[in-house]
Design a binder for this molecule. Structure first.
Ligand SMILES: Nc1ncnc2c1ncn2[C@@H]1O[C@H](COP(=O)(O)OP(=O)(O)OP(=O)(O)O)[C@@H](O)[C@H]1O
Length: 255
């Protein structure tokens, strides 16, 4: 088994508040893994620990076998992990094309030095156009990103995350605030774009989670109470208990 990500006894406290309390998780290369859990369970904090935004209080995170905990977000990104945010992280004053182009340039090692190696720009333009086409934003490429409707801005955020070329992708609530049809489009995009890559996704929409994930982990009060296939998770008594109420119905409702 080749592991893309490994979390070992990961812990994070803010003052006296223990938010992540000893998380162990192994995610295989190419796996689509979803993290679910009630509000405030620590899902975003876990993402922040993996992507380097927060340093763990103890424990470690490994990316492709190498310890990344303690490294800065840009270093972790260079090592092949890219994440999207709950709140869109796009450059609103640039066009849609320029936004994706930034991700492509970054993935090709140009950083923000757009003026260097002009000879390779054709490759950059082609790759940018290919991604825009894949995500269905080619016809909006020249519009300012700020002018896009909300769902398209979220799609652009996903496109930029993918454009970075990382093999391990973390998506934080990619369909939040979307209608049914927008969610369906976003899921199709994520499935297409994450082919052959490792995907870790935090998502509240149980239809999305149970339809897309190979395995699911359930985080409650900073602890993983269950990890398994969608079938195993649906039948797990502890999970059903943690999801009493509305979300339990959602668990039942998913095919
Ligand atoms: N920087 C911080 N300082 C102090 N407390 C924090 C900080 N970040 C998060 N927390 C607390 O950690 C807990 C978990 O928050 P987190 O956002 O990780 O949960 P979540 O599972 O992502 O929730 P949601 O599903 O609502 O997005 C919350 O009680 C939150 O107030």
């Amino acid at each position: 088994m080749t592991l893309a990500l490994e979390l070992k006894d990961l812990r994070k406290s803010f003052g006296p508040a223990k938010i992540i309390q000893g998380v162990n998780l192994q995610i295989e290369k190419g796996e689509r893994h979803a993290i679910i859990g009630p509000n405030g369970a620590g899902k975003s904090t876990l993402f922040n620990l993996i992507s380097g935004r927060f340093f763990p209080s103890s424990g470690e995170v490994k990316l492709n076998g190498e310890v990344i905990s303690g490294k800065r977000p840009f270093e972790i990104n260079r090592m092949g992990l890219s994440r999207s945010f709950q709140v869109s992280n796009i450059f609103t004053n640039m066009t849609v094309r320029e936004n994706v182009r930034c991700g492509v340039l970054y993935s090709m090692g140009y950083g923000m030095s757009f003026w260097r190696n002009i000879g390779n720009l054709k490759e950059v333009s082609q790759k940018t156009a290919q991604i825009l086409d894949e995500v269905g934003l080619l016809d909006k490429a020249n519009l300012p990103a700020a002018s896009l409707p909300y769902a398209d801005q979220r799609t652009l955020e996903i496109a930029i995350t993918i454009a970075g070329g990382a093999e391990v992708i973390l998506l934080d609530e990619p369909t939040a605030g979307m209608s049914h049809s927008e969610t369906d489009r976003a899921v199709a995009l994520i499935e297409k774009a994450s082919q052959g890559k490792t995907l870790l996704i935090v998502e509240h929409d149980m239809g999305v989670v149970f339809g897309m994930a190979d395995r699911i982990s359930v985080l409650v009060y900073g602890e993983i109470i269950a990890t398994g296939t969608p079938e195993e998770i649906r039948g797990d008594a502890k999970v059903r208990e943690a999801y009493l109420g509305e979300d339990a119905q959602a668990l039942e409702g998913v095919a």
